[in-house]
Design a protein around this ligand. Sequence first.
Ligand SMILES: Nc1ncnc2c1ncn2[C@@H]1O[C@H](COP(=O)(O)OP(=O)(O)OP(=O)(O)O)[C@@H](O)[C@H]1O
Length: 261
Amino acid sequence: MTSISSFVPACSAQGVARVYGRGDAEVRALDGVSVAFARGRFTAIMGPSGSGKSTLMHTLAGLDGVDSGRVILHGDGRRADVEISTAPDAVLTELRRDRIGFVFQAFNLLPVLTARDNILLPMRLAGSRPTPEWFDEVTGRLGLTDRLDHLPHEMSGGQQQRVAVARALLPQPDVIFADEPTGNLDSQSGGEVLSMLRSSVRETGQTVVMVTHDPVAASYSDRVVLLADGRLAGEIAQPTADSVIDAMRDLRTSRTVVPVR
Ligand SMILES: Nc1ncnc2c1ncn2[C@@H]1O[C@H](COP(=O)(O)OP(=O)(O)OP(=O)(O)O)[C@@H](O)[C@H]1O
């Protein structure tokens, strides 16, 4: 486990540009973004609508390509560094199966599978299985032990999202990318999901990178990275909901926030 002060990158973007459209319709969704996300930490990406948050997350996760720059998934001694931005599709498919986990706003559970089978599916597809102890620990921590034989439609939104979090945590991926994971939840269920992500970082050293619009959600993270107009606009260490609200207000009025390391 890393010490509290060390910053070991789990993934990084280096001078990344992503341009959509041409001519008058050209949009520079990412315009030279260089940022690293620390291993074993919970980082939130925030910024106004259209600032490039989803594009950054998609390029980091290999769901979208880059026009220039590099995206690296860093190794940890056991696993090698991989340049995501030039990796062939077959490698990206493998990485998304083995080293990258996802939690989406829309849960994305298979409706015909029980919670247990949804949780186990990615590992089964990869031809592996968790130890019973690890499965019990993850599902127990997420409060799913007595819901494992239920189908998604028999569960609340919060329970479904906890199933999605369990599915992402189980293979112990290098990074979990969470895209507005609480966007479809009431504040209590959302708080539960965020607490689970938080404790997976604190207790098992999981790395989480989350896009959110919600300052309260961002306050569960260790660090907020701010984007504006496809560029880095600052960062907040140990954010609180108030410090995030202030920074977002400053961004809208184009004042400098905090310089990015
Ligand atoms: N596939 C695409 N084709 C054309 N333009 C796109 C595409 N995807 C994103 N964009 C544009 O790129 C810019 C950044 O979009 P992105 O979705 O990354 O922003 P965001 O910060 O996640 O926004 P929101 O908070 O509204 O979800 C926007 O101007 C958007 O319209």
